[in-house]
Design a protein around this ligand. Structure first.
Ligand SMILES: Cc1cc2nc3c(=O)[nH]c(=O)nc-3n(C[C@H](O)[C@H](O)[C@H](O)COP(=O)(O)OP(=O)(O)OC[C@H]3O[C@@H](n4cnc5c(N)ncnc54)[C@H](O)[C@@H]3O)c2cc1C
Length: 395
């Protein structure tokens, strides 16, 4: 006999009861308010999407272990109910929003434990609902560096950034999210648990690479429960540098020269003067008018970082880049996680993304400004270097 719950449809009542038995009542949520909260991510969906799809889940579950996920997935498979994995929902493109209702698996609520930091074999193993910042900080405390993370790392989860094959801070030196992964424990749609690689070594076997299959799959192939990342020895020093140019376009040539030199920054980000104008309008402490900046983060041994800084200074001076004081550079580095503060001044913002070869930097800057003008939008250009030949624009 299934207890009546006014929030649960008749078809879903059996499923909810099975879920409650399997993982405990306290981890199964059916209240209308709770389900509504999980019907969108950080960006609201257009009204049409809400008519075409069933974005409100029928039930929200919070697993704590891989075994819990196995039970949930098996129930969903038996009863043919759709599942949507959800991290922190910061992607903004609706990936963690249900399309046909069903079961929403909230990973950030219960699967957020760091399981092991192994100094000898240089890896960290954590549940996929941990935030990148939690894992990064815990590794740093042990003298180890997690090479990359999204700039949303205070809230974004491990499983989320892996599932979108993300690029972020540190990608220039240590690769994109998938490059950091050694192994994952995933649950397949029939409830089978699979290890996609090895904790101790890189999976360099001939044949299909399961890590690569799951990275970027947006949760459509399997549910990621734990992740093992390779680690680096923590750097002796971190150094933030900021250089200002009269226009963003003028930063193109020095960027190219840095990327063709032996200098290997952890991260290079850029922001145009419009970005700072918008921040000022939002009442934020930021640069005065007219700055278009390159923010460069170095890390490593003291002497190497000092050599890299000298090389970068030379290149910047050659192209008219003005080095800004250390406090400005430190502030810009701190702000790397808050790229969208300018949303505070308007009804919303439309973030774009264009990944381009580096030698098109100048023409892409022109193209972005032309497009903003054509669309009569108030906008700014920010972005970062992905690798020595790839630049990501986020107008
Ligand atoms: C201020 C800001 C800065 C950002 N910076 C970056 C950046 O530098 N780089 C970048 O790439 N993105 C960035 N983003 C976008 C977004 O934050 C990242 O892609 C983030 O990693 C998504 O993680 P999440 O936990 O929020 O995932 P969600 O949005 O919850 O989910 C993303 C996708 O992953 C799936 N998923 C989540 N968890 C699992 C799991 N355990 N198993 C299987 N599938 C799963 C979901 O179903 C969905 O399809 C930024 C966003 C903001 C707001």
């Amino acid at each position: 006999m299934v207890a009546e719950d006014e929030n649960v449809s008749r078809e879903m009542a059996q499923v909810v009861a099975k879920l409650q038995d399997a993982i405990g009542r306290e981890n199964v949520k059916t209240s209308k308010m709770e389900r509504l909260l999980y019907s969108h991510d950080l960006a609201p969906l257009p009204n049409l999407a809400q008519i075409a799809f069933k974005n409100i889940p029928d039930v929200v579950v919070r697993p704590h272990t891989t075994e819990d996920v196995v039970k949930i997935v098996k129930i969903a498979a038996e009863d043919k109910v759709p599942i949507t994995p959800r991290g922190a929902s910061t992607w903004g493109l609706g990936g963690s929003t249900p399309v046909f209702g069903g079961i929403l698996i909230d990973m950030s609520g219960g699967m957020n434990k760091i399981l092991e930091i192994n100094k000898e074999n240089l890896y960290v193993k954590a549940q996929a609902g941990c935030t990148w910042k939690e894992v990064y900080d815990a590794c740093m405390e042990q003298g180890l560096l997690l090479g990359g993370y999204p700039s949303s790392f205070p809230s974004a989860t491990l499983g989320g950034w892996i599932s979108v094959n993300g690029v972020g801070v540190g990608s220039m030196k240590y690769g994109t999210s998938g490059d950091l992964v050694r192994n994952m424990e995933v649950v397949m749609p029939d409830g089978t648990v699979v290890q996609t690689g090895y904790d101790l070594i890189v999976d360099n076997e001939t044949g299909y690479n399961l890590n690569r299959l799951i990275v970027g799959a947006e949760g459509t192939l399997a549910h990621i429960c734990t992740v093992t990342f390779k680690l680096e020895p923590a750097p002796e020093v971190m150094r933030s540098l900021t250089y200002s140019f009269p226009t963003l376009k003028e930063a193109g040539k020095p960027l190219m020269e840095i990327c063709r030199s032996r200098v290997r920054p952890l991260h290079i980000g850029f922001s145009d003067h419009n970005h700072f104008d918008l921040l000022r309008k939002a009442g934020r402490h930021t640069l005065p008018e007219g700055h278009n900046v390159l923010n460069i983060q170095l890390e490593g041994d003291k002497e190497i970082v000092a050599w890299e800084e000298r090389k970068i200074d030379e290149i910047m001076a050659k192209y008219g880049g003005k080095k800004l004081p250390d406090e400005v550079a430190a502030h810009e580095w701190e702000e790397r996680c808050y790229e969208y503060r300018c949303r505070e001044i308007g009804i919303g913002s439309i973030p774009g993304e264009a990944v381009m070869p580096l030698n098109t930097f100048e023409e892409t800057v022109d193209a972005c400004y032309n497009l903003l003008k054509e669309l009569k939008l108030t906008g700014a250009i920010i972005g970062s270097i992905v690798d020595r030949n790839t630049v990501m624009f986020m107008p």
